[in-house]
Structures are given as structure tokens and as C-alpha cells.
Ligand binder design. Structure first.
Ligand code: 4AD
Ligand code: MG
Length: 478
């Protein structure tokens, strides 16, 4: 057994004492043939290990190169040098794995995020990605904790489905048919009866429809899994494969839904502030440094931690879609023709509109509700005005839409007539409609884009930098 090591993060909370202990990790730098900066991924803080001059073999010392992995036995002592309170006085050094420092792509200097994306298999070993992915972990943990504490059941909805929950047609097909010579029907169309599942299937765009089946039995459920969208959007906020959290609650109306979403977001931000202080401080500084290169008016008004605390301490703004459009029409930006896209009642707001509302007008997260029915999915509850549905989107500063949700149409006749209008087969979704046939209840839910949430908390501007191995148009490396 070899795993009797102490993690650097834990060791930093200890008092210096002479007791012997073992650490393991990767070399970040080695100075003066004497000082090893060792990192083990538990924190961005490197442990200074001192290899006293004359005590170790020259051949061994030569093998201590950047990114080599080491096992070190030593004593923790108060440091006399600057920059750290403690250091480890090495008694034994074992090289676990050599590394050719000349060839190692990560040199001890600042690399651009673009370059690091090309070596995403190694970028976890940088401070920035160390912090981002430890925060990502904490957020995921907090999400499960939040729902568990509230008595929600975690439902694992399928990855392969035959339905297009959002009705947007942005699906990746799943098939085992030979693409060069697929079996055909007499009319020339592809015969999916011969496909693996005996029908046409795709990767899920959302677990919501199955989630509703769970909610109408357990009362409250949530999903947390990968979802896939074949939308050809090359932006800093879109991925083809992203993770989504979708709670679905029976006996909830739109207002209950908004209240839950707001307290949920605040809970997970609070969790990260409480558990990832050092990482968030690092990311706060990183963002401030990055923004120094920007002109004054492009910089954030608040630092990262300040922004997170501000979100925690203030209510989200709540407005209707109609009010949002009015604000845009009254805005100086509109009057000065600064918007690229048209503004009028009925539009699907573009990112420039959403950002105006949250960043310029309200300067905090905004929940917009009651959208026009024509720009929203079939399952949303129809309002009495005949024009809008009980939808709600949460818009966040710097990100735009972070949550999309609604109260669901629980009235069978209204739902079926909407599906017919939108050419969605009521036969194929017979199982979904059964929830409305057998004890239907008012219910609601929403979807939080996990990566957009991680972006918000870490201050990373590109969504490709908050998921380990991003899948985007023309890119599925690693
Ligand atoms: O607004 P969307 O499409 O809503 C749904 O899928 C509903 N079924 C949710 C529900 O009510 N249960 O997506 C929800 C959220 C968006 O607000 C956004 O944060 C994120 O998912 N999202 C994406 N994130 C990254 N890349 C993409 N391509 C995304 N598309 C949506
Ligand atoms: Mg949406």
C-alpha cells in the first residue's frame, strides 16, 4: 500500500512540527538545486520542499524537473524564506515518474487560454484550471445537497431517446444503420424499423419530459446529466454537449418555480464561497488581471467575489416579457440604434437585449416571465390572454440566459390542441400525455445550464474553459 500521503491542502492547516510525513505530487519548479515547488492538485498553493545541498545524489537531483512526479518523506518546519509559512525538509526523495522538461508543453510561464484549450489534456495542471475544476466539483456537490435536503428524488433520465423535448430539431441521431447504404422503404425514405431500437433515436436535448413523469409520482424530482444540442452556435456560451440540472415539481405554479430557482442559485453560490474561498480569490485576481488589458468601459464594475456576494444579498429583479420589451424600446441604446437586432413585442430576445437588461438597466440577475407562446415550447402553460405562456428565464450578468423554465400545461385538451397546432405527434408522446389523463396536477420546472453557472461563479468568459473536454462545432478533441 502506498497511499499514506498527506494532501498539501490539509497540511497547510497544520502547525509546523517535526513528525515525519509523506507527500506526493508534481514538480512545478525546481530552483537552485534546492527548492522544489510541489503541487498535488488539492490546492493551488505549492508546498516548498527543501532538498538540503549535499544531502542528495546529483543523478537524482537532475531528474527533478518540471512535471516530474515525486514521493517525498520529510519533516514540516517553519520556513525562514519569504512566501510561505512552512516548508518540508526532505529526508527521502523518490522519483515516481520522470518528465522531459524540454518537451513538456506547459512551461512555468503564463499561457493563453486559447493555447491551453489545445492541450486540454494537460491544462488541469495549471492554477486557473485547478481552481475552475475544483469549483465545478463543489457546485455539483452543492446541487445534490440542495435537492437532497429538500426531499427531491434524483431521477436518471435516458440519454438516448426517440423524442425531441424542446421541439427545436437540434438533435444528434443515434443509429447503427450503415450510412453508405441504409435500408430503405419503398418510397425511398430510410427504414428505421431495421435500426437498433426499431425506430429513429437521438441523444437527449433535455430530460424534462421524463422528469415530469417522475414529478407526477414522487412530487419533486431533479435530473443532473449530459444533454446534447446540434445547434451550430459558435459562441462563448454554447456547447454541443453540456450538463443540465432539471428540477420538476408537482403542485408548483410559476411563482413557486421562480422562488425555487432563485433560492437554488443562491444556495450553490453560497456553498462555493464557503468551501472554495482560496480558489475564488485566485479567480477573482485572474479576472482583474485579465480585465486590465480592456478599456475602462469594458471592465466589470465589480470583482468576482464582490459580484457573487452582491447576487446573494439582493433579490433578483422580476419582470414580464412585455415590460422587458418596453424597457428596451425606451432605452438610450435603442434610441441610438445600438442594437443590431430588431426590438418589438414577439421577438426572441437576442443576447444583446438580455445583456442590456441585466448589465446596463438592472445590474443584477433578472427573471423574465410570460413570454409570447410562439417562441416557446409546446408544453408551457397557456395564459388567459391567449398570447403568452407561463414561462420564465433567468438572465445573469455576463452570461445572459442561465435558466429556462415554465409552469407546464396540465390541461389535456389545451395541451393536445397546442401540440396539434405545432405538428407534434400526440400519438408518439402518448406516455407523456398519460400524466394529464390520470390525476393531472399543476406542476412546473426549470433547467439550469451547469456550464453557464460555472462560468458565472468562476468568471471564465468562454464556456470551453469550464468543461473538461468541450464539444463544439468542428471540435471533439480528446
Ligand atoms: O432553455 P432550455 O433549452 O430549456 C430546456 O431544455 C427545458 N427543458 C428546461 C426545463 O424547463 N426543464 O435550456 C435550459 C438551459 C438554458 O437556460 C441554458 O442555461 C442551458 O440550458 N443551455 C445551454 N448551455 C450550454 N450550451 C448550450 N448549447 C445550451 N443550450 C441551453
Ligand atoms: Mg431557453
Amino acid at each position: 500500500m502506498m497511499n499514506k500521503r498527506v494532501k498539501i491542502k490539509d497540511l497547510l492547516t497544520w502547525a509546523p512540527e517535526s513528525q515525519e510525513l509523506v507527500v506526493m505530487g508534481w514538480v512545478r519548479t525546481f530552483r537552485n538545486n534546492q527548492f522544489i515547488a510541489l503541487n498535488d492538485g488539492s490546492t493551488n498553493i505549492n508546498l516548498q520542499v527543501v532538498a538540503e545541498l549535499g544531502k542528495f545524489d546529483d543523478v537524482l537531483l537532475k531528474r527533478i524537473t518540471t512535471s516530474a512526479s515525486l514521493k517525498i518523506k520529510g519533516h514540516l518546519v517553519a520556513s525562514t524564506g519569504k512566501g510561505q509559512q512552512m516548508e518540508l525538509k526532505a529526508v527521502e526523495i523518490e522519483i515516481l515518474g520522470d518528465s522531459d522538461a524540454e518537451k513538456y508543453p506547459l512551461q512555468p510561464k503564463k499561457h493563453s487560454l486559447e493555447f491551453l484549450r489545445e492541450i486540454a489534456h494537460l491544462r488541469f495542471r495549471t492554477n486557473t484550471f485547478g481552481s475552475v475544476f475544483r469549483v465545478r466539483h463543489s457546485l455539483a456537490y452543492a446541487i445534490h445537497t440542495f435537492f437532497h435536503e429538500q426531499g427531491f428524488v434524483y431521477l436518471h433520465t435516458p440519454i438516448i431517446t426517440a423524442s425531441d423535448a424542446e421541439g427545436a430539431g437540434e438533435m444528434f441521431r443515434v443509429t447503427t444503420l450503415p450510412f453508405d447504404n441504409p435500408p430503405r422503404n419503398e418510397d425511398g425514405t430510410i427504414n428505421f424499423k431495421e435500426d437498433f431500437f426499431g425506430k429513429s433515436t437521438n441523444l437527449t436535448v433535455s430530460g424534462q419530459l421524463e422528469g415530469e413523469l417522475g414529478a407526477t409520482a414522487f412530487g419533486e424530482i431533479y435530473t443532473f446529466g449530459p444533454t446534447f444540442r446540434a445547434e451550430n452556435s459558435n459562441t462563448t456560451r454554447h456547447l454541443a454537449e453540456f450538463w443540465m440540472i432539471e428540477p420538476e415539481m408537482a403542485f408548483y405554479d410559476l411563482e413557486d418555480n421562480m422562488n425555487l430557482a432563485e433560492s437554488f442559485i443562491k444556495y450553490i453560490i453560497r456553498f462555493a464561497l464557503d468551501h472554495n474561498r482560496a480558489d475564488l480569490e485566485f479567480l477573482d485576481q485572474r479576472l482583474a488581471d485579465e480585465e486590465k488589458a480592456l478599456p475602462q468601459d469594458k471592465r466589470s464594475e465589480m470583482g468576482l467575489i464582490q459580484k457573487l456576494e452582491f447576487v446573494l444579498n439582493n433579490d433578483f429583479e422580476r419582470i414580464t416579457y412585455t415590460e422587458a420589451i418596453d424597457i428596451l424600446l425606451q432605452s438610450p441604446a435603442y434610441k441610438k440604434k445600438k442594437f443590431q437586432y430588431e426590438v418589438k413585442w414577439g421577438i426572441d430576445m437576442q443576447s444583446e437585449h438580455e445583456r442590456y437588461l441585466v448589465e446596463k438597466h438592472f445590474k443584477k440577475p433578472v427573471i423574465v416571465r410570460n413570454y409570447p407562446k410562439d417562441i416557446k415550447a409546446f408544453y408551457m402553460r397557456q395564459n388567459d390572454d391567449g398570447k403568452t405562456v407561463a414561462a420564465m428565464d433567468i438572465l445573469a450578468p455576463g452570461i445572459g440566459e442561465i435558466v429556462g423554465g415554465s409552469q407546464r400545461e396540465e390541461r389535456l385538451d389545451k395541451l393536445e390542441s397546442r401540440m396539434n397546432d405545432m405538428h407534434i405527434s400526440t400519438e408518439e408522446l402518448h406516455w407523456y400525455l398519460d400524466t394529464r389523463r390520470y390525476g393531472t396536477v399543476p406542476h412546473a420546472g426549470f433547467g439550469l445550464g451547469f456550464e453557464r453557472m460555472v462560468q458565472f461563479v468562476t468568471g471564465m468568459t468562454n464556456i470551453r474553459d469550464v468543461i473538461a473536454f468541450p464539444r463544439t462545432p468542428k471540435s471533439a478533441e480528446f
